[in-house]
Design a protein around this ligand. Structure first.
Ligand SMILES: NC(=O)c1ccc[n+]([C@@H]2O[C@H](COP(=O)([O-])OP(=O)(O)OC[C@H]3O[C@@H](n4cnc5c(N)ncnc54)[C@H](O)[C@@H]3O)[C@@H](O)[C@H]2O)c1
Length: 381
């Protein structure tokens, strides 16, 4: 089978993660990498035998069928639109755009151009997340009553911590909720099969002013900087957010996001309680799933394809005792994305731009609720 040729826009944290994961996906050839920092893109690409090319050259090359967008959020809309208009399939990092209107426009262009489109909610693809979904589908949890959790990090704890996400012109009007809250809500809806229909949110900027380094820093790199020259800069994006929400049926929930929680490196934690049993999972211990019972001993199961529901098994490539983590979630998503390009009749088995729009609708409601200090309905689409 001839490999599908693809290209990556952006050569930072995600650019490398996407490139490495693509190397592990069947029948795909990373053919070019592009980035604002040409030297960094060339260095990353050359280590993998992938040439640097401008975005214009990539979009004008008919042999390149797909692109990955791994740039700051505010660039996603323009880059995705250009790529779709050039007839490329698009796999875009989250959040898909900065407003629901942009996401709607992208979804409409994709449908018109008959392009495959995915948004990178890769955290769905931890085997234990799929196991929770499979358990819910099989009725093991009963009717869902309560959905709780948080997503906490510490890399923006100090006022000297800086990243493009802090600046709303690059990251969009929300930081924490867009950056990590979108992953949490995507997981919550994916696992439960239920939609959030209304919510009440409180967003807080804990550092009203941050010390911005005079030179640019890439994601997480700020933690290794020594004291240097900083510019005091007012901040208009949130460090913390809390959301109480109502889902369809009786289900109710609450979650928080934080980028200022000392010691929490990247902890997405989700707990789902039904009328029969509960499940709890944390991204910092990805191979473990806690299963809670009212009338018998609770369990902790370890990722092992032999112990997973048959529908969750295809998401675990390795035998029990062999960890599958963050990198593997990208491989699983990309594999399904490229399989759908190879087979135009296939139903997408990955988050599409409709899911990206869904998260922007939730995000928009969160921003409005926090601003108006009121409950807000979330559009069902
Ligand atoms: N799915 C996940 O788990 C996950 C994790 C982290 C980040 N992300 C998303 O990935 C995207 C990138 O984040 P990151 O952490 O890699 O950021 P980063 O700062 O590490 O990298 C961004 C890259 O984009 C490049 N860039 C900036 N402006 C550009 C332009 N005009 N043209 C081309 N390249 C440009 C920068 O030079 C840099 O190489 C964001 O949308 C973020 O939300 C997703």
């Amino acid at each position: 089978m001839k490999p599908i040729r693809t290209a990556i826009f952006g050569a930072g944290f995600m650019g490398r993660v996407h490139l490495e994961a693509l190397r592990r996906v069947e029948h795909v050839e990373p053919a070019a990498i592009s980035g604002r920092n040409v030297a960094a893109a060339e260095k990353l690409g050359s280590a993998f035998g992938v040439p640097y090319a401008t975005s214009e050259a990539i979009l004008g090359d008919p042999s390149i069928q797909a692109v990955h967008i791994c740039t700051p959020n505010a660039l996603h809309f323009g880059m995705a639109k250009q790529a779709l208009l050039a007839g490329k399939h698009v796999l875009c990092e989250k959040p898909l755009a900065t407003t629901p209107a942009e996401a709607q426009e992208l979804a409409a262009i994709a449908a018109q151009k008959r392009c495959r489109v995915a948004v990178c909610h890769n955290l769905r693809y931890y085997p234990m997340v799929q196991q929770m979904r499979a358990m819910r589908e099989a009725g093991d949890l009963g009717e869902i009553l309560v959905v709780q959790g948080f997503y906490s990090q510490d890399w923006l704890l100090y006022d000297t911590d800086w990243n493009w996400r802090v600046d709303s012109t690059q990251g969009g009007p929300s930081r924490c909720m867009a950056d990590i809250g979108s992953h949490w809500f995507d997981a919550a809806e994916h696992i439960t099969g239920l939609r959030v229909f209304s919510l009440c949110a409180d967003l807080q900027t804990l550092h009203a002013t941050r010390q911005q380094p005079k030179h640019s820093v890439e994601t997480f790199a700020n933690k290794t900087l020594s004291a240097g020259d900083y510019i005091p800069t007012p901040v208009d994006t949130e460090d913390f957010g809390a959301v109480v929400f109502r889902m369809e049926t009786r289900a109710r929930g609450a979650m928080t996001v934080s980028q200022c929680s000392a010691g929490r490196k990247n902890r997405l934690s989700i707990e789902i309680y039904g009328t029969k049993s509960g499940v709890a999972w944390s991204q910092e211990r990805p191979d473990e799933l806690w299963i809670g019972h009212r009338d018998s001993a609770n369990q902790i199961i370890i990722k092992d394809p032999a112990l997973l529901h048959p529908s969750a098994r295809p998401f675990a490539d390795l035998p029990g005792g062999h960890s599958e983590g963050y990198d593997d979630t990208f491989k699983q998503l990309f594999r399904r994305f490229y399989a759908s390009i190879a087979n135009p009749e296939a139903t997408p088995e990955y988050p599409t731009f409709a899911d990206g729009l869904r998260q922007l609708n939730i995000l928009n409601a969160v921003l409005e609720s926090s601003r108006t200090r009121a409950w807000v309905e979330v559009p069902v689409v």
